[in-house]
Design a protein around this ligand. Structure first.
Ligand SMILES: [Zn+2]
Ligand SMILES: [Zn+2]
Length: 356
């Protein structure tokens, strides 16, 4: 549905506003439905293109959104919506929203999609969990203040027992057609009915609790399962947990940004965990068994004789699970051989006697 408005008017991207106006007049006259070569669909398209490009502000918006739209078709909408302060963790984007944006911006409902009641607002908040909770997953209770469906009217905005009337302004269609007289004749534009907000229905008596919007603000407690394997900076999308929509419209989503507090001695690199362990010079030379701290508790690690400082041992499966996966990453233990200091005279003599 991405239309090249420049192409439709037959001008190039750098065309001046004056050129765009000229091109529009010429094309509009040519394709006007009353003319011999008239073509209503084409005429509408030309008009639509001019609505966007004829106004410098709208043209700038079109230039911006237009190019984004092309990218989107190639590969997702990551980062399109600017959540202040959070650029990580790519956010999903709903194509329908873009349809609305275009519909609203240019007056002609984009691809004939009916504009129903407005979906509720999306919300975002962050949750902080500790290192092991991120590895094994955790359930958290979150408290947030948000608009929820009014229990008194069940969200429809009408006082219980009162009638719900069909909106007289739009005859229940939610849309109002305006006919404007222009130099080209009558041009029809459709807009959302502002009496019923596009819903087509009006309560004869507004709900006393919510004032007719069907939504009240309340502090709610939400149980959230943070999946095992989540990483710092990732975002969980909770469908339908955002603000309730007005008068029964669908709720928005809640975006939960996850932060992880570090665990002393451990670092994480995706699905792998790293830590260091110190052993003595003699242990390294002769070999030994040591206890290593992991997220699953202590694990025995065999150090073979002749182990050099900096050697990394892998504890398979003691790392972080893949989100929604079974396998776990590894725990990589780096052995640091401690060289003794402050030797006594006797220790020094013994070492010298070894002749190593
Ligand atoms: Zn209510
Ligand atoms: Zn209406």
């Amino acid at each position: 549905m991405s239309k090249d408005y420049y192409n439709i008017l037959g001008v190039d991207k750098g065309a001046s506003q004056e050129d765009i106006k000229k091109a529009f007049r010429k094309k509009a006259h040519e394709y006007h439905p009353d003319k011999p070569h008239g073509d209503e669909a084409k005429f509408k398209e030309i008009n639509e293109a001019y609505q966007a490009l004829g106004d410098p502000d709208k043209r700038a918006q079109y230039d911006r959104f237009g190019s984004n739209f092309e990218q989107a078709q190639g590969g997702g909408f990551n980062g399109f919506r600017d959540f202040s302060g959070f650029s990580q963790g790519g956010v999903e984007f709903d194509l329908n929203d873009l349809g609305d944006m275009f519909g609203g911006m240019f007056g002609f409902g984009g691809g004939g999609r009916s504009r129903g009641p407005q979906k509720g607002q999306d919300l975002e908040m962050s949750v902080t969990i500790d290192f092991k909770e991120a590895v094994f997953g955790v359930e958290r209770e979150l408290q947030l203040k948000k608009g929820i469906s009014c229990s008194h009217c069940h969200g429809n905005g009408a006082e219980p027992g009162s009638k719900i009337d069909t909106c007289a302004t739009c005859n229940g269609t939610g849309r109002v057609i305006r006919v404007q007289r222009t130099i080209l004749g009558n041009v029809q534009t459709q807009t959302t009915c502002n009496v019923c907000n596009g819903e087509g229905k009006i309560p004869s008596q507004k709900c006393k609790k919510c004032g007719g919007i069907g939504v009240i603000k309340e502090v709610v407690t939400l149980k959230v399962k943070v999946p095992a394997g989540i990483d710092h900076g990732q975002t969980i999308r909770l469908n339908g947990q955002g603000e309730a929509g007005h008068r029964g419209a669908p709720a928005g989503d809640l975006y939960l940004h996850v932060r992880i507090t570090p665990l002393k001695g451990f670092t994480r690199d995706g699905e792998n965990i790293h830590s260091d362990v110190e052993i003595g010079m003699v242990q390294a030379a002769l070999g030994t068994k040591i206890e290593v701290e992991t997220v699953d508790g202590k694990v025995t690690l065999k150090i073979p004789e002749g182990t050099q400082s900096g050697k990394v041992f892998i504890l398979r499966g003691y790392g972080v699970p893949k989100i929604n996966g079974r396998n776990r990453g590894d725990h990589l233990v780096r052995v640091i051989v401690k060289t003794p200091t402050n030797l006594s005279r006797k220790q020094r003599q013994l070492l010298e006697d070894l002749g190593l």
